[in-house]
Design a protein around this ligand. Sequence first.
Ligand SMILES: [Cu+2]
Length: 170
Amino acid sequence: MMTKLCFSMASALIFSFFSSSLAAHSGHDHGSDVAVLEVTNAQVREFLPGSTSTVGYLTLINHSGAAATLTKATIDGLGRVEIHEHSHVDGMMKMQQVESVEIKAHESVSFQPGGYHLMVFEPQEPLKVGQERKLTLYFSDGNRLFTNAQVVSLEAQATQSKPSTQHAHH
Ligand SMILES: [Cu+2]
């Protein structure tokens, strides 16, 4: 559990982790046309009182030479998960649902405050801090990626992520 928390630092760290694992991978062949993907630091925030939605974050790393396209995500025990992105429009932070997110060859995409995030709705039972929920990521080539998303508190999420968290979310 501590290891997970240590991984959940800023993307600078994740990028250095990325380059070192690339070096480690250079000795063998993953196959050129199959996307080899890794997900780290998956977390979903507990629902705040009276709120019908919450957010999830993660980092997707593409170790392969082919781009991968994330098209869908599901989390056990949650009725609906949407992929959203934030953008600045006329100085205002807005968010919108997106159909897909591309992770280019040998690059990574961080879902984090102010950028891409998972928007999570309809809990079948309350999320409790410290729980893990199975997260499934679906890709356009038919691949799926599984991981456990850690349920975190608002406080834990706020201290981990530097970019603006104070904007209203739904
Ligand atoms: Cu959103």
